[in-house]
Design a protein around this ligand. Structure first.
Ligand SMILES: Nc1ncnc2c1ncn2[C@@H]1O[C@H](COP(=O)(O)OP(=O)(O)OP(=O)(O)O)[C@@H](O)[C@H]1O
Length: 232
């Protein structure tokens, strides 16, 4: 039987259990003292619960967005491990962002029309988080050489993984856009994901710089040779 300390449940349940810890009716089973089972089996039939207490099928748009945000966070975990070696300052920022992505998950898991005011207040996602990303972007830009050519995802392990996180982040943003449009999720969440992809692009370039790695530039495909005239 898999047993976990309660303090570790949130991260080990793919980051998406954060809202449960806030008091969801789908709370994890306790088995005495501070140990809990990770599996409740309540999701076995293809539906799961939101922080609102509502159950929806797992292919609902809200779970698709939650899953995409979870993927961003996992990719950032990998990027942070690589960044630690070349740019410790980045690793600290990435750690903080990983916590904010838990908050993004909590906000997404609390759809406005079907959640109580109390729960909506608990998961409110402030606009200040995007401003913090902007400050970090501006700080890195001061050190980076200007971009004069298109670059490919490259620049060493940390940079390449940050580019991967950037593209996964853009997928999460695409999943959140309809939720914001339908007023299920606060606009600040979509803004954060949009700014995060800019941050990750900049962070990738910064990691390449600090690691002394070359970024690979886009090379235009050679033009096909013109066919000779038919009568030659
Ligand atoms: N496949 C999924 N993709 C995205 N989010 C999910 C998915 N499954 C569950 N969730 C969300 O993540 C939370 C934690 O996931 P968890 O695996 O505990 O859910 P579950 O499958 O309903 O429960 P259990 O695994 O205990 O049967 C759920 O409460 C739900 O909001």
């Amino acid at each position: 039987m898999l047993r976990l300390a309660s303090s570790h449940i949130g991260s080990l349940k793919a980051g998406l259990a954060a809202f449960r810890e806030l008091g969801s009716s789908a709370a994890l089973h306790t088995t005495g003292s501070s140990w809990m089972k990770i599996y409740t089996k309540t999701g076995d039939k293809g539906s799961s619960s939101l922080y609102s207490g509502e159950r929806r099928p797992k292919d609902d748009a809200v779970f698709a967005a939650l899953g995409d945000v979870d993927e961003v966070n996992s990719t950032l975990g990998l990027a942070r491990e690589h960044a630690r070696h070349v740019a410790p300052q980045l690793a600290g920022q990435l750690e903080s962002i990983q916590s904010r992505l838990f908050d993004v998950g909590s906000a997404v898991a609390t759809p406005r029309p079907t959640s109580s005011d109390h729960k909506l207040q608990r998961v409110a996602f402030g606009e200040g988080h995007s401003e913090q990303l902007e400050g970090w972007i501006d700080g890195m830009m001061e050190e980076l050489p200007p971009l004069t050519q298109f670059i490919l995802p490259s620049g060493g392990l940390a940079a390449a993984t940050l580019h991967m996180a950037r593209s996964v982040c853009r997928r999460a943003e695409r999943a959140v856009v309809p939720l914001v449009r339908d007023q299920l999720t606060d606009a600040a969440v979509g803004i954060y994901l949009n700014r995060l992809s800019d941050y990750l692009f900049t962070a990738a370039r910064y990691a390449a710089l600090k690691g002394g790695e070359e970024e690979t530039v886009w090379v235009k495909a050679p033009q096909p040779a013109a066919a000779p005239p038919a009568d030659s």
